[in-house]
Write a protein that binds this ligand. Sequence first.
Ligand SMILES: Nc1ncnc2c1ncn2[C@@H]1O[C@H](COP(=O)(O)OP(=O)(O)OP(=O)(O)O)[C@@H](O)[C@H]1O
Length: 174
Amino acid sequence: MTWSADLIDTKGFSVGGTDLFLRLAASELEKTESQNDCNYCVSDNYRSNISCRKREKAEGIPNKYNFEVGQLELQEPPLYTYDMLRNATNNFDENNKLGEGGFGLVYKGILESRQVRAVKRLSTSSGQGLEEFMTELKVISKLQHRNLVKLLGCCIGDEKNGFSMEDYPSGSKT
Ligand SMILES: Nc1ncnc2c1ncn2[C@@H]1O[C@H](COP(=O)(O)OP(=O)(O)OP(=O)(O)O)[C@@H](O)[C@H]1O
């Protein structure tokens, strides 16, 4: 279920009822209610079903989350904005480069909370498209193993732009 307007006719029950889980971009949590212009969605605990459209555009890249993550059955990775990832990587600074793979460059990113993350950026010159990128996200979002890095979130722009944020292990995970 998706909606875009204010919540109306809501009631709080002291007993009974079921939990309602709301899914929204991590950046939206920092906004006040009045600033919030994101369409929300309801997701259950097991399968995310997102149709979340942001109306604003991030600088440079259209920051539209108008894709159905639910179709890809991603396992609850939060959504990040392009600005968050750009700030974390100091505008994708060369000095933050960790390596390069089939999808493009991977950067070290430092979040405001000072946590260190790896940010993978889908490159237009990589020969891989957003579909392949989303397939990778789908697969790694479902995998959990002590030798594998964990997908922490993603940011999807238009058909050419995708980012994922992963754990930045101190050991030797792949
Ligand atoms: N989560 C991470 N933490 C630290 N470094 C990473 C992380 N992810 C990738 N890297 C670095 O970036 C390089 C490229 O990684 P990436 O996952 O894009 O490619 P790959 O696994 O080598 O190949 P492919 O893209 O074909 O799967 C890695 O070799 C590693 O040096």
